[in-house]
Design a protein around this ligand. Sequence first.
Ligand code: BV8
Ligand code: ZN
Length: 256
Amino acid sequence: MQEAGQTVNDLPLDDLIAQARQLVTHASSLCVLTGAGISAESGVPTYRGSGGLWRGIDAGDVASPEGFRCDPQRVWQWHNERRMALKDVRPNAGHQALARLQRALEARGGRFVLATQNVDGLHQAAGSRSVLELHGSILASRCSVCDERREIGFEPVADLPRCPKCGRLMRPAIVWFGEMLPEDAWLAAAEAAATGEVFLTVGTSAVVYPAAGLIEIAAGAGARTIEVNLEPTAASTRVGLALRGKAGDILPQIVE
Ligand code: BV8
Ligand code: ZN
């Protein structure tokens, strides 16, 4: 039990996992937000941690509309390299635990919503269904002008792919800084966070908005909130249970 002055998060990790398991397995509605940390154990680099994707380069150059306008070749090259690096990457135990959790919860008539900031498609590869891709997908391209969209998978694309419909430049189907999130995905995620009984955030530093705002929406609506992350995040003081460790270790214990 907690000593005086201690918070629940000072309890041993096993106790916290037991409490999280209790909440998650009895929830009738659960909303999950994931970030790059859940794919780290699959070998996909995160953005801000050590070895992060954005170490040494300015995100604005390769993850903003201005960067694309300024040097589309460089942006496509950077995305081609990321996609080809994803070719041999597999979902890990963390992705698989969330896919199992969705099946179990839905089998007993519960409501499960998974919103991810990741663009790597690993939740879908693990069997998760109806994944809300808040920041789009690196495995697709879309026209920079019309609504044409093409799945491109892991294959390299021509230097500067052109839209088959209107001839303009195709771009990665990713949400860049300063761009709106896909409205349907965002609204579904915000509604799930506002109405869910339990909210679980996994592997995100919680610094990018509006995605990180889902944690506040859930907490503000009275949901029980749980964080699974390797290190403290901008949301750690806002959640009820903060579990420190690897998603691939902790999630299977919560879901088992
Ligand atoms: C918008 C492209 C405007 C995809 C990305 C000032 C204050 C507040 C907000 C703003 C501001 N100035 C501008 C803004 C808005 C801006 C924003 O939030 N900026 C932040 C950085 C300050 N947001 C936007 O621009 C968004 N759009 O606001 O629209 C608007 C409004 C109205 C009308 C018109 C327009 C768009 C945001 C999307 C940007 N796109 N990337 C790509 O290239 O991949 S963001 C980028 O960060 C990725 O998408 C990524 O998903 C996202 C979040 O990163 P994380 O997933 O959290 O990854 P990170 O590396 O940071 O953390 C990983 C964590 O995992 C770490 O904590 C680590 O400890 C942990 N971990 C590691 N290993 C493990 C682990 N945990 C568990 N297990 C492990 N094994
Ligand atoms: Zn077009």
